[in-house]
Design a binder for this molecule. Structure first.
Ligand SMILES: Nc1ncnc2c1ncn2[C@@H]1O[C@H](COP(=O)(O)OP(=O)(O)OP(=O)(O)O)[C@@H](O)[C@H]1O
Ligand SMILES: [Mg+2]
Ligand SMILES: [Zn+2]
Length: 385
């Protein structure tokens, strides 16, 4: 049997163009390579799992490639690229500052920098989690960073830019990596699923992408987990039960009940949700998000803020038409009030139930108000007549 390799490693991009959602960075890097305008020190910062180490490696490989492609991508075939890909290159040095953060580690590195590369143009030093270096190590490093030999390039990577001392920051060209959009993550998962001949439901991938909160590595790990659990088909139902996420169907049903002022139905649904082991607080937060989604459907201009799969967009649009703007605003208001005071409440179940009852009451309040308006305008008409 073939050894299982986690998707995050198996599908680590090996060219700039296969990096997802960071085109502002890859384009700039490619331009710099093409125009021979490379800085000697880079700082890659941004959230975890978005491609910092990946881009550092691609950059390292590209600038040493002996057969650079017309689109400034590495060829992946020359000797240099091959040895990079097999992690056996002498020109790339990776130091994990999380575990090698002493002055001696940095001194070792500085010592190595003094020797020119034996083959290839550049020697590249990637220092990951650079914020973990001790102060003394930072200081030992400063001099080299300021005046490195012409063949040395440093790529520092960190998730915590604010912990880097200004003297280092000012010596580096800084690149801020983005969190990756749900849509981009979901498309990337789809691409991997096709390669692995795994059948997927779009909604399942969307859910995984949402759960990953912008980190592609997290998305790939969750994906692997669900594939392990469910085999060659990844369905929405399996995904929600695996990730213990409340089915959005419930939010639609609860909202329907509220719109029809059906208090008992709303309370019974909430009871069912609790009995399935879901938490009241998560429910109210999820319900707020559901209202928010209905709200953004109200306007063509904001519809793109709806980050759900295409199949379910229709459903949001449908329910959004049934719910008036006043209902949604008032319901959101009640839900966020409930969310804010949930932790302090002694009877949390009742707290949510009360919020639901208030929400179910909104349509009649709106009705009464509009009848009141009508009456007033009738009165006005009469007065004016
Ligand atoms: N932008 C991206 N495009 C494609 N794949 C990505 C991207 N970002 C992350 N990945 C996937 O996630 C894995 C980990 O990415 P990488 O090591 O580059 O993240 P990182 O930003 O260095 O994270 P950390 O801060 O945790 O070190 C990669 O092997 C790749 O499979
Ligand atoms: Mg990294
Ligand atoms: Zn090459």
């Amino acid at each position: 049997m073939e050894n299982f390799v986690v998707s995050a490693r198996k599908y680590r991009p090996s060219t700039f163009k296969s990096v997802v959602g960071q085109s502002h960075i890859t384009t700039t890097l490619k331009n710099a390579i093409r125009n021979n305008h490379l800085a000697q020190a880079f700082l890659f910062c941004g959230p975890r799992g978005v491609g910092k180490t990946t881009c550092a490696r691609i950059l390292a490989k590209t600038i040493n490639c002996q057969n650079l492609q017309a689109d400034t991508e590495p060829c992946n075939e020359c000797e240099s690229c091959k040895s990079f890909n097999a992690s056996s290159s002498f020109n790339i040095h990776e130091l994990d500052a999380a575990s090698n953060n002493s002055v001696d580690d940095i001194r070792n590195l500085v010592e190595q920098v003094r020797y020119a590369p034996q083959s290839g143009k550049y020697k590249i030093y990637i220092i990951d989690e650079v914020h973990m270096l001790s102060n003394a190590a930072f200081n030992a490093f400063l001099k080299t960073l300021e005046e490195p030999p012409s063949y040395a390039i440093f790529i520092l990577a960190t998730t915590e830019k604010h912990k880097i001392i200004p003297t280092i920051l000012s010596r580096c060209q800084i690149f801020d990596f983005n969190r990756i959009q749900v849509e981009d993550i979901s498309n990337h998962l789809q691409w991997i699923a096709e390669k692995e001949t795994i059948e997927t439901e779009q909604e399942a991938l969307h859910l995984i992408a949402q759960k990953a909160d912008g980190a592609l590595r997290d998305a790939l790990s969750i994906f692997d987990l669900i594939v392990t659990f469910s085999g060659s088909k990844v369905t929405y139902q399996q995904t929600i039960s695996n990730l213990h996420i409340l089915d959005y169907d419930y939010y639609f049903k609860v909202t329907d009940a509220l719109l029809q002022q059906n208090m008992s139905e709303a309370l019974l649904l909430f009871d069912e949700i609790l009995r399935q082991g879901f938490d009241g607080h998560n429910f109210i937060v999820g319900l707020s998000e559901h209202f928010r989604n209905l709200l953004v459907c109200k306007d063509e201009a904001t519809i793109r803020l709806l980050q759900v799969s295409q199949q379910i967009q229709q459903r949001y649009a449908g329910q959004s038409q049934q719910a008036s703007l006043s209902f949604l605003l008032s319901a959101l208001n009640i839900a966020s009030g409930c969310d804010g005071s949930y932790k302090g409440s002694k009877n949390q179940r009742l707290h949510v139930e009360l919020a639901l009852l208030k929400m179910a009451h909104i349509p009649s309040v709106i009705n009464a108000a509009s009848i009141g308006d009508l009456n007033q305008s009738e009165v006005k008409k009469k007065v004016l007549a």
